[in-house]
Ligand binder design. Structure first.
Ligand code: ZN
Length: 251
């Protein structure tokens, strides 16, 4: 059993016994981890209140064999997700980030860049950054990181450039925009406004630094519908928090 040190974001906390809980963590160096936190529910337990949904923590854990839960031995709080106490819309956006990380990544498959993006996103949500923009930027970084960023400039089938004018055919199953030749007979195609395609292109091209490009309120509903549909196709079911997020980002 090796003791590993890393940073982690808490995705889920489930009570396990009167004094312990099972935590799902997205770690910087080891990807998603499920660990038993013994004594975490005791008032003066070993983790000193660090076990809190969406908190950023520094941990030491013991890795077990492939099927068994890992064992959390130390957890030190670096930053609590404070939106939970402040504003429901930001709390929902935080839940959505947790669900995306849970659904898009596998246990033990590290994605340090995605961890850093999630950390930045939760911090941005906590410090009043614009909701819709912050979320779409995180979505595009996450999709890029797991290799499912939709093709937005060129036809996903044949690679011809597709101009973003009027409404653009978008293949949910194919994974991106389609040219006129490739569209006929294809399943799972929706018509997306060029404004939303442009928004996604912007979020994708400027996703590492600076402020997220602003999204006009009139485009937000369609943008959410497109992203919800895309994630549902990718994951195989609708995300539980997508409806909560839709309400939140329209504000
Ligand atoms: Zn084509």
């Amino acid at each position: 059993m090796a003791a590993e040190k890393t940073r982690a974001i808490i995705l889920k906390v489930v009570e396990f016994s009167e004094t312990s809980c099972i935590v799902t963590l997205f770690t910087e160096d080891f990807g998603k981890v499920g660990a038993l936190a013994k004594g975490a529910r005791r008032p003066k337990g070993p983790f000193e209140g660090a076990i809190d949904l969406l908190a950023l923590i520094r941990i030491v854990f013991l890795r077990k064999s492939s099927d068994a839960l890992d064992l959390l031995t130390e957890a030190k709080l670096e930053r609590r997700f404070r939106s939970a106490q402040r504003e429901l819309a930001r709390l929902y956006a935080g839940y959505y980030v947790a669900e995306l990380l849970t659904e898009l990544t596998e246990r033990g498959d590290p994605h340090p860049a995605l961890f850093q993006a999630a950390d930045r996103t939760l911090h941005a949500l906590d410090t009043g950054a614009p909701l819709a923009e912050t979320i779409v930027r995180f979505e595009t970084v996450a999709l890029k990181e797991v290799g499912h960023l939709p093709s937005l400039d060129t036809c996903v089938i044949c690679g011809r450039p597709v101009a973003a004018t009027g409404r653009v055919p978008f293949g949910m199953i194919a994974g991106g925009v389609l040219c006129d030749q490739c569209r006929p007979g294809r399943r799972g195609v929706v018509s997306v406004s060029s404004a939303v395609i442009d928004t996604l292109r912007n979020a994708t091209s400027k996703n590492s630094e600076g402020d997220a490009p602003a999204i006009a309120p009139a485009k937000r509903g369609e943008l959410r519908a497109v992203m919800n549909n895309y994630f549902a196709h990718l994951i195989g079911h609708k995300l539980r928090t997508s409806d909560l997020l839709g309400g939140a980002t329209n504000q």
